[in-house]
Ligand binder design. Structure first.
Ligand code: ADP
Length: 295
């Protein structure tokens, strides 16, 4: 399964161009779509899920055209939208059975399939719990189960870890990683940690354009020789911020332990070079963009 996006542009009715001349080749495996809010990620995901028509350009999934072969594409894909809303009074198992029925699955194999899915996402014990009584993480996992029920070849997930606590986020990433061994996953997120721990390839999208394509280690390597640790006084922070992007600050006695990225001059600071990670590189790449720190 390969996905090819050529010269994709999407302009909304009000005149906002959410995607402009985007070219991306998505190979097998787990693929990350990273970018700040408003970058155009959801727009791209909705086009891939055949829910939105491109203004121009071509998108093909497994050789099928998103504008012409919607039904065929839909039968091959599972989708977990950002706002995953379900019937709150249904029980988890009941909901999955309902989705399976909507997918035209006969009663015969349905029970087995629903139980398999509950097991796969770790919700077997919560099968009889009402949807409204599930935690955020459990609800997301139920979302994955419904997306996988008809055995898709491609799974598309949009900002799936927003609002999850750290433990659930790690568990959720692990689940995606397992699924990614079997089918193609496209994961859209503004949280760097979602990508670094799971994806083999990624693109960075910003203001509707692709800024970077490659693997997480290749991106991280771009911040080599530009990532530092240092100890400084609180009063020096504004000056340091003028020269570097501050990745993290941690109190150390009456001073601050800082992680910095950038090519700024040290101004008397003792900078200790450190190995960059994906977050360092992403922030450096985005020109010191203030990212939401969710990890
Ligand atoms: P992301 O998912 O990266 O946050 P979106 O694809 O949601 O980005 O949005 C990209 C741009 O398109 C934003 O400027 C957003 O305001 C605009 N946009 C998204 N949906 C619509 C819509 N239905 N109508 C008009 N503009 C939209």
């Amino acid at each position: 399964m390969t996905i090819t996006i050529r010269d994709l542009t999407k302009t909304y009715k009000g005149g906002v161009t959410a995607l402009e001349g985007v070219n991306v080749e998505i190979p097998a495996g787990m693929f990350g779509l990273l970018g700040p809010n408003g970058a155009g990620k959801s727009t791209m995901i909705k086009i891939l899920a055949t829910l939105l028509e491109p203004t121009s350009g071509e998108v093909s999934i497994d050789g099928l055209d998103v504008s012409k072969d919607r039904r065929k594409i839909r039968s091959r894909l599972g989708y977990l939208p950002q706002e995953f809303g379900v019937y709150p009074k249904m029980k988890a198992r009941e909901f999955l059975d309902f989705v399976a029925r909507l997918n035209g699955m006969p009663k015969n194999g349905r029970d087995k399939r629903v139980d398999e899915m509950l097991e796969k996402v770790g919700l077997a014990d919560a099968a009889r719990r009402k949807v409204k009584a599930l935690s955020g993480g459990m609800l997301r996992r139920l979302g994955i189960a419904q997306a996988l029920i008809s055995d898709p070849k491609l799974l598309i997930v949009d900002e799936p870890t927003v609002g999850l606590d750290p433990e659930e986020r790690i568990r959720f990433r692990g689940l995606l990683q397992d699924i990614g061994k079997e089918i193609v996953i496209i994961l859209s997120t503004h949280i760097v940690g979602d990508i670094s721990s799971t994806c083999e390839n990624l693109v960075i999208l910003d203001k509707g354009k692709v800024l970077y394509r490659g693997s997480p280690p290749e991106l991280a390597a771009k911040a080599e020789g530009k990532t530092w640790e240092t100890v400084a006084e609180e009063k020096d922070l504004p000056e340091i911020k003028r020269h570097f992007s501050v990745i993290s600050t941690a109190p150390r006695g009456d001073r601050l332990h800082l992680r910095l990225v950038g090519e700024g001059s040290a101004n008397g600071l003792e900078l200790k070079p450190v190995n960059p990670n994906l977050e360092d590189a992403y922030i450096n790449f985005m020109g010191g963009l203030e990212e939401e720190k969710n990890d």
